[in-house]
Design a protein around this ligand. Structure first.
Ligand code: PEP
Ligand code: MN
Length: 379
């Protein structure tokens, strides 16, 4: 019977059942659900923290299906299983996101970890962060006191601050000159002290880190060793600045991960060095990845150098390549220089002689003056 008919018959409408108490009940249940959801999120957070501590995988699909099975077994309705499944799937998804967020590690090499450029200080020399570009120059290998002395004297006159020279040489052939080793380190230290220069030299073996650190100002990780995680870990414990070269087959992400190994262990004084990667091209020794410079400077806060000698393997293009590197924002260059490149014991084809290097320095000074401070941050 319609309300209208009932009204006519009885003369009064029955009051409609009140919605209010039911609405109040739903509101209360909402709040209880909210509280339960957040208590659940709290427990999930604690699980996430334990898993992170123990290095366990965060997402566990088996556990999720067991929880769902139990829920469906206990479901008495009125919601059908399909609705319960959909609702709890959303809750599980939210928890998975929550744990992922917790497990996400912000890389210490990344810009999001540190907004400002890292400036690596070696004595009174500041590398990176908009300081004038630094040139690290010298022979591929330390061959003798006389050789290094001749080169260092000229470099000093040209305003170079960092003398390079390998004492431990990673050579492709085991029959090639392997470097003077400890004697080479001693010569490097003596010559640098004589001319008031800082030094950079490669360390190949984790067992030699202490020895090389005793003789040099900056320790270099060569392209072949960028993936040598034991060496990187050892260098992470060392207090000397490092120059890490990009592996010749490494992506930029892998390159930064290598630096992360060192930073993560506590050594924050890292300079990255793009030195070319292996491609199909044969007219250069490697292919200089110039895009690496602005990308590394965007993705990371570390200073970036370009090795113009190993990346090209050719002295005839070192000038334009050096300008390109500085224009791209490099914080400095590495150049191989020998007083008599034709008789050098390694990399003789790519080392500049002293007049060629003098010419390069003058060209770069002119280039930097014309470029002004605005072009290429870091120059
Ligand atoms: C070097 O600089 O001496 C050297 C061997 O370079 P790379 O590791 O880039 O080949
Ligand atoms: Mn070399």
């Amino acid at each position: 019977m319609s309300a209208e008919k009932r009204k006519k018959k009885t003369g009064a409408a029955r009051p409609p059942a009140s919605l209010e108490p039911l609405r109040r009940e739903v509101n209360g249940l909402n709040l209880e659900l909210l509280d339960l959801l957040n208590r659940r999120a709290d427990a999930v957070q604690r699980i996430g923290e334990i898993k992170k501590e123990q290095g366990l995988v965060t997402y566990d699909p088996l556990r999720e299906s067991q929880m769902m099975e139990l829920l469906l077994k206990k479901n008495r309705g009125p919601f059908p299983d399909s609705v319960i499944t959909a609702l709890f799937k959303e809750i599980f998804k939210a928890s998975a996101r929550q744990i992922d967020e917790l497990a996400r590690v912000v890389a210490k090499t990344s810009r999001s970890y540190r907004k400002r450029d890292t400036v690596v200080r070696v004595d009174d020399l500041a590398i990176g962060g908009g300081n004038p570009p630094v040139i690290m120059a010298g022979p591929c290998a330390v061959e003798s006191f006389e050789q290094l002395d001749k080169v260092a004297r000229r470099l000093k006159k040209l305003g170079v601050r960092v003398l390079r020279g390998g004492a431990f040489k990673p050579r492709t052939s085991p029959y090639s000159f392997q470097g003077l080793k400890e004697r080479g380190l001693e010569i490097l230290q003596l010559v640098a002290a004589k001319h008031g220069l800082l030094t950079v030299t490669e360390v190949l073996d984790p067992r030699d880190v202490g020895l090389v650190a005793d003789h040099a100002d900056i320790l270099q990780v060569g392209t072949r060793n960028m993936f040598n995680y034991e060496l990187l870990k050892e260098l992470g414990r060392c207090s000397k600045p490092l120059l890490i070269k990009r592996g010749f087959m490494a992506t930029l992400e892998e390159f930064l991960q290598a630096a992360e190994y060192v930073l993560h262990r506590g050594n924050e004084r890292i300079i990255l060095c793009e030195r070319g990667i292996r491609t199909f091209e044969r007219w250069t020794r490697n292919t200089l990845d110039i895009s690496a410079v602005p990308i590394l400077k965007t993705e990371s806060h570390l200073p970036v150098l370009v090795d113009v000698s190993h990346s090209t393997g050719r002295k005839d293009i070192v000038g334009p390549i050096s300008r390109a590197a500085l224009a791209a924002g490099a914080d400095g260059l590495m150049v191989e220089v020998h007083h008599r490149p034709q008789v050098a014991l390694s990399d003789s084809g790519q080392q500049l002689d002293l007049p060629q290097f003098g010419k390069l320095v003058s060209e770069l000074e002119l280039f930097l003056r014309e470029k002004g401070p605005a072009a290429g941050k870091g120059a």
